[in-house]
Design a protein around this ligand. Structure first.
Ligand SMILES: NC(=O)c1ccc[n+]([C@@H]2O[C@H](COP(=O)([O-])OP(=O)(O)OC[C@H]3O[C@@H](n4cnc5c(N)ncnc54)[C@H](OP(=O)(O)O)[C@@H]3O)[C@@H](O)[C@H]2O)c1
Length: 321
C-alpha cells in the first residue's frame, strides 16, 4: 500500500488507516480478525483505536477494541510491522473527560496494557480540555515520550486555534508538538449549526493551519456511514442541504461513469487532496473493506476533479492555490 508522511516526523504511514472502533462489539471477533488480516494482506499497516472504543454501545461497558487488537497483534506476531494509534481524553467507565496529567498517565498505562504492547506509535488527545492548561497536558505527553511509552502525538476534535496554540506552547517550551489532526471530515460539508456530540468538524481554518505547519490530516467517518454508495442511507442528519444534494448527484454520476461505488469516489476525493490526507475507514464486511481500499487506485480526470470541486468545499484558501 502506498504511504503518506506523518507530519514532520520523517515517518510514513499507510495512506488508508483502518479504524477498528466497532471491532469486538458490533463486529464479532472472527469477522474482526478476518478484516484485520485482509487489511494486512493488502499492505495496510496503520490501525486507529481509542481507550474508550466502543463503551457507548449497549451491553459493552469495558473497552473491546484495544484488547481485540492486542490479541490479533499477538496471535499474528505482527506488532513490529504495525503502526498503532490510540487515543485518550473522552470519559468512559470511571474515567472522566479530561487531559489532566494524572488522567494522561493513567490512560496511557491502560492502553498499553489492553493492547499488550510497550509503546504507542501515535497517541491522540481524543478531545480538547479547556480546563487543563495546555502546557500541563503537553508536559504529561512529553513525560510519556521520554519514558519510551509513546512515539508521536496527534490531536482529534480540536479547534484550529487551540491546536495552533498547543503547538506554539510546545515549540516555546521545547516539547513534542502534535504532528497530525483527526477531525470529522468528508466530501459533504456539514450544516453550520450541526452538532455531533463531542465530535468537532474540520474547518477551513483547521485545514489551513495543518497545511501551514505540515500536519497530516486524518479524516474520520470519511464515508459518513457509507452514505455515498448506499440506497438505504440518504444524506445524513446535519448534512441535508442543497449543496450536498448537488454533490450527491455529482458523486453518483462519476461513480456510474467509472463503474465504481460512490464511497470509493468520496474516499478517492479525500486521498486526492493537496495536503497529506489519510482517511480513517470504518467497515464491517470484507466487501466494504475491499471497496474502500480500492479507492487508492481511483484517478480523477481534470474534468471529474473540477466537477467534484465545483460545489462548496472546505480547505485551503482558494487565492493561495
Ligand atoms: N476521533 C474521533 O472522534 C472519531 C470518531 C469516529 C470515528 N473515528 C475513527 O474513524 C473510523 C471510521 O469511523 P466511522 O466508522 O464513523 O466511518 P464511516 O466511514 O462514517 O462509517 C463506516 C460504516 O459505513 C459503512 N460503510 C463503509 N464503507 C462502505 C462501503 N464501501 N459500502 C457500504 N457501506 C460502507 C459501514 O456501515 P455498516 O457497518 O452499518 O454496514 C461501516 O461500518 C473509526 O473506526 C475510528 O477509528 C474517530
Amino acid at each position: 500500500m502506498r504511504t503518506t508522511p506523518l507530519g514532520t516526523t520523517g515517518e510514513e504511514v499507510s495512506s488508508i488507516c483502518l479504524g477498528p472502533m466497532i471491532f469486538g462489539t458490533e463486529v464479532d471477533r472472527e469477522t474482526s480478525f478476518a478484516l484485520l488480516d485482509r487489511y494486512y494482506e493488502a499492505g495496510g499497516r496503520f490501525l486507529d483505536t481509542a481507550n474508550n472504543y466502543a463503551t457507548w454501545i449497549e451491553g459493552y461497558d469495558e473497552p473491546r477494541s484495544e484488547p481485540l487488537l492486542g490479541d490479533w497483534l499477538d496471535e499474528r506476531g505482527v506488532r513490529e510491522e504495525m503502526f498503532i494509534a490510540t487515543k485518550l481524553g473522552f470519559n468512559y467507565g470511571e474515567t472522566p473527560q479530561s487531559l489532566a496529567p494524572e488522567v494522561v498517565e493513567q490512560e496511557i498505562a491502560g492502553s498499553l496494557d489492553r493492547l499488550g504492547i510497550d509503546q504507542i506509535d501515535l497517541l491522540y488527545a481524543h478531545v480538547d480540555d479547556f480546563d487543563t492548561p495546555q502546557e500541563e497536558t503537553m508536559r504529561a505527553f512529553q513525560r510519556a515520550i521520554d519514558a519510551g511509552k509513546v512515539r508521536h502525538l496527534g490531536a482529534s476534535n480540536f479547534l484550529g486555534w487551540r491546536l495552533a496554540r498547543a503547538n506554539r506552547i510546545a515549540e516555546e517550551q521545547g516539547l513534542t508538538p502534535y504532528q497530525c489532526v483527526q477531525p470529522r471530515f468528508s466530501y459533504y460539508v456539514p450544516n453550520r449549526g450541526a452538532e455531533f456530540g463531542g465530535q468537532v468538524k474540520g474547518t477551513d481554518e483547521l485545514l489551513s493551519y495543518a497545511t501551514h505547519d505540515e500536519l497530516t490530516v486524518l479524516p474520520y467517518s470519511p464515508t459518513l456511514g457509507g452514505c455515498y454508495g448506499r440506497e438505504d442511507r440518504g444524506i445524513p442528519e446535519g448534512y441535508v442541504n442543497t449543496e450536498n444534494r448537488v454533490k450527491r448527484d455529482i458523486v453518483d454520476n462519476i461513480a456510474d461513469e467509472k463503474g465504481l461505488n460512490g464511497n470509493q469516489i468520496a474516499l478517492a476525493w479525500l486521498l486526492d487532496r493537496d495536503q497529506p490526507t489519510v482517511p480513517v475507514i470504518g467497515v464491517s464486511t470484507r466487501e466494504q473493506l475491499d471497496q474502500n481500499l480500492a479507492a487508492l487506485d481511483v484517478e480523477f480526470t481534470a474534468d471529474e476533479r473540477r466537477r467534484l470541486d465545483s460545489v462548496e468545499r472546505m480547505g485551503i484558501f482558494p487565492w493561495r492555490d
